[in-house]
Design a protein around this ligand. Structure first.
Ligand code: GUN
Length: 302
């Protein structure tokens, strides 16, 4: 069996087209566009490249994008003041503070300071609570798990009654995804098992999975013989395993590896996501969707 590759770049393109069209329609009707502030502290190379892509994407959607760069030695209070400035700004509908932050800044304190109704990352405890309650309470599902659910739904992969095994219990991916997939409703209704690298007999759990999500951050953790033939394998791992010179730009770039052995698993699974080009691109699409939705909530459209 040769698995179908789920192309995150293609799905992202389709979603961004929809968002761009809707943004133009709202602008024409209401005279407003979504406003997104991205705050970057310091110059961590991975964070710089993520933020650059978020900024470019937001601009190409027709959003009002405000990029704030703060120096790595800014104080916690200076960052809190910056967040507060945009909490109060009515033209801003989304605030994103790129993580990780320098060690001297308490990340939780910053996340808690963001107005939950502008927290398009979905990291504030109010939004975590809304997600747990489900249904009409949900406002901003966190972008990576939301991207995975969107991928499954757009590829018509059945989640109804399906055995979903998620390897990795992070607040960013594993825990919220488990919540999203076990809820009642279309595109969910799954039987979810949340496991981790310390789980007894991890292999036997994985072998049961109709949908196996690898989100542990361990290269090649999931062995091909742990995959049920025909299963859908979603690889969320973005492990930097070395560096190479890019053929395109001639610059040094990271070599990325997922949590699964893509080539071997492609011969067993029914669907697989590549790394890069699978789940990664979906995160930005869902960030744009959350930002647009923030404006739509404000306008009473949802
Ligand atoms: N750093 C890595 N991923 C993310 C993300 O999704 N949001 C924020 N704010 N920081 C990140």
């Amino acid at each position: 069996m040769q698995a179908e590759i789920i192309n995150g770049l293609e799905i992202r393109k389709a979603i961004l087209e929809e968002i761009k069209t809707e943004t133009a329609e709202i602008k024409a009707k209401y005279g407003v566009v979504p406003g997104l502030v991205t705050i970057l502290v310091g110059e961590n190379p991975a964070s710089v490249s993520y933020v650059t892509l978020k900024v470019k994407t937001a601009e190409s959607m027709g959003f009002n994008e405000i990029q704030v760069n703060m120096s790595a030695d800014c104080t916690e209070q200076e960052l809190l003041d910056m967040v507060e400035k945009y909490n109060k700004d009515d033209s801003v509908h989304g605030i994103l503070v790129q993580l990780p932050l320098p060690k001297h800044i308490d990340e939780n304190k910053i996340i808690y300071a963001i107005d939950p109704d502008k927290d398009v990352d979905g990291f504030h405890p109010v939004n975590v609570g809304r997600l747990c309650l489900g249904g009409e309470h949900v406002k901003f599902p966190p972008c990576t798990p939301a991207g995975i659910v969107e991928m499954l739904n757009r590829k018509n992969i059945n989640t109804n009654g399906a055995e979903v095994v998620i390897v990795g219990r992070s607040n960013l991916v594993g825990k919220p995804l488990a919540n999203m997939l076990c809820r009642k409703g279309k595109g969910a209704n799954a039987t979810v098992t949340l496991v981790h690298t310390g789980t007894k007999d991890l292999a036997s759990h994985c072998r049961r999975a109709d949908i196996l999500v690898a989100a542990a951050g361990c290269p090649d953790l999931i062995k091909p013989e742990w995959v049920k033939p025909g299963a859908c394998v979603i690889d969320v791992g973005v492990n930097r395993v070395g560096e190479k010179i890019s053929e395109k730009t001639g610059k040094k770039v990271a070599i990325l590896k997922g949590d699964t052995d893509f080539e071997a698993i492609s011969k067993i699974a029914g669907y697989v996501t590549p790394v890069p080009g699978g789940v990664g691109p979906m995160t930005i699409a869902m960030l744009m969707k959350n930002t647009l939705n923030s404006l739509k909530f404000k306008l009473g459209l949802i």
